[in-house]
Ligand binder design. Structure first.
Ligand code: PXP
Length: 244
C-alpha cells in the first residue's frame, strides 16, 4: 500500500506567528495518526522558522507512527538526528531566503561528503532519504553512496499544473515516472513529495514504484476548512483511488 507521510511544519508556522504554544504540532501529529497517516514528517530548519528542537524531542517520543526528520546535511543537524534516532532522515538542500525547499539535493556534486555524512545515520538504523530531482545522474549517485530512499521532488510538476501548462506538466510527469523506475531498478525505495494537492496527487500516486508520499502545506491549508482529520482522509482516499 502507498504510504502517506503528513508534514506538520505549517502547524508550527501558525503557532510561531503569534508566539503562543498553540496550535501544537504534536496534537496535529496525533490527529494525523488517527486519520490514517502512516508517518509524520517534520523539517527542522537551520533558522527554526517553524519546527523547533523541542518539537522534535516531543515528536520523537510521543507519536505512534514513524518520524521522518527532514534536515539540511550540516554537522549540527547530524548531531540532533544521532541524538533522537528518528526512523528516517530526509536530507534536503536549504537556503535561508527560500519560502520552501526549492530544488533537489546535488548528490553528484557532493558525493564524497554525503557518503561520509550518511554513514553514522545508517549505523544508528535511520533510513536515509535524499530529496532529489529526477535526473538519472542524481539518482545513480544516491544509489552509489548507499542511501536507502530517494524522495523525488514533485514541485515543478505541481506548479506547471497550477499554471495550466499541461504539455510541460505531462513531460515532467513522464520524467518523474522514468526517475522512479530507474531508482527502483537500482534498489532504492522511492518516495515523492512537494506541492501535492487533491488535484495533483492522482498521477503521482499511480506511479507503481512509489512507496510513500509526503504532503504538508495543502493538508494544513485544507484543515482550515475541513479539519485536519478530514483533509487527510480525503487525500488518503484520492491516493488509494489512483493506486487501485
Ligand atoms: N518533501 C520534502 C522533502 C519537503 O521539503 C517538503 C516541504 O517541506 C514536502 C515533502 C512537503 O511539501 P508540501 O508542504 O508542499 O506538501
Amino acid at each position: 500500500m502507498l504510504r502517506l507521510g503528513v508534514n506538520i511544519d505549517h502547524v508550527a508556522t501558525i503557532r510561531n506567528a503569534r508566539g503562543t504554544p498553540w496550535p501544537d504540532p504534536l496534537r496535529a501529529a496525533r490527529i494525523a495518526e488517527d486519520a490514517g497517516a502512516d508517518g509524520i514528517t517534520a523539517h527542522l530548519r537551520e533558522d527554526r522558522r517553524h519546527i523547533t528542537d523541542s518539537d522534535i524531542a516531543r515528536l520523537s517520543t510521543e507519536i505512534g507512527v514513524p518520524l521522518n526528520l527532514e534536515m539540511a546535511a550540516t554537522g549540527e543537524m547530524q548531531q540532533i538526528a544521532l541524538r533522537h534516532r528518528p526512523h528516517a532522515v530526509c536530507l534536503v538542500p536549504e537556503k535561508r531566503q527560500e519560502r520552501t525547499t526549492e530544488g533537489g539535493l546535488d548528490v553528484l556534486g557532493d558525493e564524497r561528503r554525503l557518503a561520509e555524512y550518511i554513514a553514522p545515520l545508517r549505523d544508528i538504523g535511520s533510513r536515509v532519504s535524499l530529496f532529489i530531482g529526477h535526473e538519472p545522474r542524481q539518482i545513480e549517485a544516491a544509489a552509489r553512496i548507499g542511501a536507502a530512499v530517494v524522495e523525488l521532488h514533485t514541485g515543478l510538476y505541481c506548479d506547471l499544473d497550477t499554471e495550466g501548462r499541461h504539455a510541460e506538466r505531462d513531460s515532467e510527469l513522464a520524467a518523474l515516472k522514468q526517475g522512479a523506475e530507474l531508482a527502483a531498478s537500482l534498489g532504492l525505495e522511492v518516495h515523492a513529495g512537494h506541492g501535492l494537492t487533491l488535484d495533483t496527487v492522482g498521477p503521482i500516486a499511480a506511479i507503481p514504484q512509489i512507496a510513500e508520499l509526503n504532503i504538508g502545506h495543502f493538508l494544513i491549508a485544507e484543515a482550515v476548512f475541513t479539519g485536519l482529520g478530514g483533509a487527510i482522509r480525503e487525500m488518503r482516499a484520492r491516493m488509494d483511488e489512483a493506486r487501485a
